[in-house]
Design a binder for this molecule. Structure first.
Ligand code: NDP
Ligand code: 2IT
Length: 445
């Protein structure tokens, strides 16, 4: 396989999908040697089949706002690959949503889900709907209108969506209600459900908890731990909240969080009521972090800047794709940061990753580090199938084991001759091999 040729072809065939190209290139660069050692992959057209989604749905979502005005948004579901299990992946509601972003997320999801050890294929969906500023009733009407189309193509053994940016327990509730009404079934469709109607304990916390467990595993390889470390976190949504909660529990001090308007620096640390306030902020229609600094005396708001200029031992981006650029990476390196672990999907730009990988910073890629969210979704599916509910400790301990196993797998496939671990390579190779072998076993379909 020649990566440049495959990419040239893809870019020519599908221009205007930069995020998707970025995600594919990263995986191909990691697996090129494995592909060349396995000529039967090439003769089975494996890469060509892997980089083309099984199918992509787009649909119209008309809805009516509180004033009676009609709006039309676009809905999507990308069913990327189901070689190892039903399509599985979140729904994102954000005005930036387009096919390039959903294909990058769906493609990443294939390998992430493979790493979890659970039987889940890769998919992603969402809408360019802007939840910011909408009333609860408007969110409900939008979710119902979205599900009026989506229900036709999903199912508990076919495709199981969940949350992502802009889609949390509230939205999953409205989506589930409409699915149930349309199908007359109370099944394990959608994960991240409310705890009283099929949701798993720990699912809301799982992505952030998992990222912190993975960070701890990486630090342990150097004889280090989170205790007493200063951590910069970005975002202030679901993933950031889970990460900040667990970081505090394990004795780290979190000094930043961020939103689209800038970041907050709090020298005293973000803990206790400040963590609850993050959630209140996220739930408010404002959706900015500046009020955090007004609320807490020790917090300072830095407008339109990234938190990566703050001196920290550990950096955990938890907001969105391409939020950490090469200047940010240089700042982290200059400030002697020891570990960068991706909570969000693809938060680091390729130039930033290049700099980080050349430095001494330990780098944990999102598809391994943030896999705890979808892994716990997988555990929710298991509980729904068995019609029972595990305790909080049971789910957390399984999540812990899964993150430990993912770390071990990354080490196994990513160990370099000088004894360092290339986690990007390790995660991509391990995630890929399982899916590739399943695709070979199942023939050209
Ligand atoms: P949320 O919607 O709960 O929070 C995302 C937050 O980041 C929002 O507050 C958003 O604000 C903010 N944000 C968006 N752009 C920027 C930016 N440029 N700078 C700073 N903040 C920004 O989403 P999640 O926490 O669920 O998701 C965060 C990331 O984690 C995403 O990359 C997602 O794909 C990934 N992820 C999520 C999982 C999950 O289980 N939820 C699992 C694995 C990964 P605004 O809305 O105003 O833009
Ligand atoms: O990016 C992700 O892994 C998620 N948004 C969670 C997907 C899921 O199905 O739980």
């Amino acid at each position: 396989m020649n990566v440049d040729n495959v990419m040239l072809n893809l870019e020519k065939r599908l221009p205007g999908e930069p995020e998707y190209h970025q995600a594919v290139r990263e995986v191909l660069e990691s697996i090129v040697d494995i592909c060349n050692q396995n000529p039967h992959f090439e003769s089975a057209g494996l890469i060509e089949r892997l980089i083309e989604p099984d199918r992509v749905f787009t649909f119209k979502v008309p809805w009516v706002d509180d004033e009676g005005n009609v709006h039309v948004n676009r809905g999507y579901r990308v069913q990327f690959n189901n070689a190892i299990g039903p399509y599985k992946g979140g729904l994102r509601f954000h005005p930036s949503v387009n096919i390039s972003i959903l294909k990058f997320l769906g493609f990443e999801q294939i390998f992430k889900n493979s790493l979890t050890t659970l039987p889940m294929g890769g998919g992603k969906g969402g809408s360019d709907f802007q939840p910011k500023g909408k009333s609860d009733k408007e969110i409900m009407r939008f979710c119902q209108a979205f599900m009026l189309e989506l229900w036709k193509i999903i199912g508990p053994e076919t495709d199981v969506p969940a949350g992502d940016i802009g889609v949390g327990t509230r939205e999953i509730g409205y989506l589930y209600g409409m699915y149930k009404k349309l199908t007359h079934e109370h099944t394990g469709i959608l994960t991240g459900k409310g705890l009283n109607w099929g949701g798993s304990l720990i699912r809301p916390e799982a992505t952030g908890f998992g990222v912190v467990y993975f960070t701890n595993e990486m630090l342990a390889t150097k004889g280090l731990s989170l205790k007493g470390k200063t951590v910069a976190v970005s975002g202030f949504g679901n993933v950031a909240w889970g990460a900040v909660t667990k970081l505090n529990e394990l004795g780290a001090k979190v000094v930043t969080l961020s939103g689209p308007d800038g970041y907050v620096f709090d020298e005293e640390g973000i803990y206790g009521r400040k963590i609850d306030y993050m959630l209140e902020l996220r739930a408010s229609n404002e959706d900015i972090v500046q009020p955090f600094a007004d609320e807490f005396e020790s917090a300072v708001f830095v407008k339109d800047k990234h938190p990566w200029e703050v001196k920290c031992d550990i950096a955990i981006p938890c907001a969105t794709q391409n939020e950490l650029n090469s200047e940010d990476a240089s700042n982290l390196i200059g400030n002697k940061c020891i570990c960068l672990c991706e909570g969000a999907n693809m938060p680091c730009m390729p130039e930033a990753i290049e700099l980080i990988r050349q430095s001494d910073i330990i780098f944990g890629p999102g598809k391994a580090a943030n896999a705890g969210g979808v892994a716990t979704s997988g555990l929710e599916m298991s509980q729904n199938s068995m019609k029972l509910m595990w305790t909080k400790d049971e789910v957390d301990s399984r999540l812990h084991q899964i993150m430990h196993a993912i770390h071990q797998t990354c080490v196994k496939h990513g160990i370099t001759p000088d004894g360092k671990v290339d986690y990007v390579k390790g995660a991509n190779i391990a995630g890929f091999l399982k899916v590739a072998n399943a695709m070979i076993d199942q023939g050209i379909i």
